[in-house]
Design a protein around this ligand. Sequence first.
Ligand code: AMP
Ligand code: MG
Length: 535
Amino acid sequence: MTSSAPSNALQFVFDNSFVTQLPADPEAENFRRQVIAAAYSRVQPTPVKNPQLVACSADLAREIGLDPASCESEEFVQVFSGNHLLPGMDPFAMCYGGHQFGNWAGQLGDGRAINLGEILVSNKRWTLQLKGAGPTPYSRGADGLAVLRSSIREFLCSEAMHHLGVPTTRALSVVDTGEQVMRDILYDGHPEYEPGAVVCRAAPSFIRFGNFEILAARQEYQLLQQLADYTIRTHFPHLGEPGRNTYIAWFDEVCRRTVDMIVHWMRVGFVHGVMNTDNMSVHGITIDYGPYGWLDDYDPDWTPNITDAQGRRYRFANQPGIAQWNLIQFGNAIYPLIEDADPLRDILESFGSWYSDASRTMKAAKLGLQAYRPQDGKLFSELDELLTRSETDMTIFYRSLAKLDCEADPSGASAEALLRPLLPAYYQADQLTAPDKEAIAGWLRCYVNRVRAEGRSNAQRRQAMNSVNPKYVLRNYLAQQAIERAEQGDHALVRELLDLLRKPYEEQPDREAFFAKRPEWARNRPGCSMLSCSS
Ligand code: AMP
Ligand code: MG
């Protein structure tokens, strides 16, 4: 590994606050261990043989001050594969713990993520991080690597979520390392070699609930306070100088941001799949894209994660409750800084009403209503029943609903006529029974009357709905198709999906093929509907 830049194409000014303001692990050797009384360990990325760029996000490149053309350079691929450090980079892995599937798991940490450094661009702080760049002191029994399959999934979904308006970590690049990595995808004793990869992620920081939990669990209260003070001063400066009231205000803000993030997930049909507390960001941004999935047919009980198939803890409809459970763990972790449970409890109790208020507003917006009214609760719950009663594609349903004529009086319209614009959303439209059709038409009549009461024109309503109901999402089978081609060395579909998902709310007439229900072959296929944590 060299640290002098071969050219000056990639110029960043690093401002490494985490490593300069928080205590480092004094041990410099890279071996697996418990790291006590430190926030992080310095560690170098492991060089790789033959790195090749699969794709990069030109949007993020621009945002962090890079000319997108420089992403195609040899220097870029060397830096963002972990082969070469730029001047000012000071790589480190963070120490954190977490509750996994509801149980305290002790020290976890960045087992395969290495933070390269922090940059400030237009007053915005970005931490650049490699995922899959080799082992760290936190790798436990694993290899510190990532495979191309999961790296493409993380890369595409990060950028797709950003363009959907969902708070998220970003992804700058995905690089094929040219090396092979052994994985047992289905955990059934059939490990195979797969291409390795490294993703460069970017976020204000990668600080998780678990960074605080590990310090509280070890009763390292002084360090706990140092980390909280650092986090507030660096990332929440508007809250003022750290102190008891500021910690409470900070907890309040983390809870509100988390509510906001979850409401967005529910709006677009995203299921994270592994909402452990080590996968929850203090910034309230989506982090750690592993066995996530998108609802094709609307099923509140669906979880993409095969490890979660039994308990379904992380199923779509359970996400708000789990977020609250995770915030309770975070509240417990920072309690020693406050030593009064009441204000934390009050905030946690508000979670429910914050979530339901925001969720109602979101649901009203999805239906093109200008404002939520109390009597809409029935409309929402009946819709939920309808969407689950017959297999209905969530994305196509809302886009089709926007096309419904709500200016005409629906009372005289037949069920068939009312239903016609919605038919593309049904997985088995020809198997809808007469009672199914009557139920749907009955709901549509209520809906049309509700819209008519507000007096919004079809055009106004359609435009409003199409700005919150995406036309294109990263359907599980699309990501899988892109992966299969990339594993053969063809990156075209990865790049096309990246481009498609830059404008998820816009009609893209020549890409109508991506606005299609999940094909039958993808229904129960690994990678499409059953995702593994093996990544
Ligand atoms: P995850 O379930 O991906 O959030 O990971 C939980 C913990 O396992 C984190 O501390 C990860 O850094 C670590 N981890 C996951 N995969 C690997 C790997 N291949 N090598 C080392 N650590 C890993
Ligand atoms: Mg994780």
